[in-house]
Design a protein around this ligand. Structure first.
Ligand SMILES: [Zn+2]
Length: 125
């Protein structure tokens, strides 16, 4: 067990207590300092949690996602979904790709299937 001092990716100084073989301690410490300090990590989690409660709306005329409500979904899934939506928001809207995706969905699932599936997701089963 030994304390290693360093600077986290956020710029804050700190120390980490590393246990285990001497040969790997510095490597483990270096990996720890590649991330955010504990305080900044907590702040980032809080920001993500608040962001999850943001509401998103889809502009029906362009298909561009403006906002979406993520309340009721699991945290990990919500974060992944939010990142995917933000990535999609930053790419140009491709109407033919959108039409193909919608056609594929409607071709594979009946309206009743989609309602059942949405119900399962909503209930978190
Ligand atoms: Zn920090």
């Amino acid at each position: 067990m030994a304390w290693y001092y360093g600077t986290y990716a956020c710029g804050h100084e700190g120390r980490v207590n590393i246990i285990g073989p001497h040969s790997s301690r510095q490597w483990i410490a270096d990996r720890k300092f590649e991330g955010l300090c504990p305080e900044c990590y907590q702040k980032e989690l809080e920001i993500e949690r608040e962001a999850i409660n943001d509401e998103f709306l889809v502009d029906a005329s362009t298909g561009i996602i403006k906002a979406m409500r993520l309340i009721g979904l699991g945290t990990t899934f919500s974060i992944q979904l939010k990142k995917a939506i933000e990535k999609q928001k930053n790419t140009a809207f491709d109407e033919s790709l959108y039409d193909k995706a919608i056609t594929r969905v409607y071709g594979n699932y009946s309206t009743n299937d989609m309602i059942k599936y949405a119900d399962i997701i909503y209930k978190g089963v």
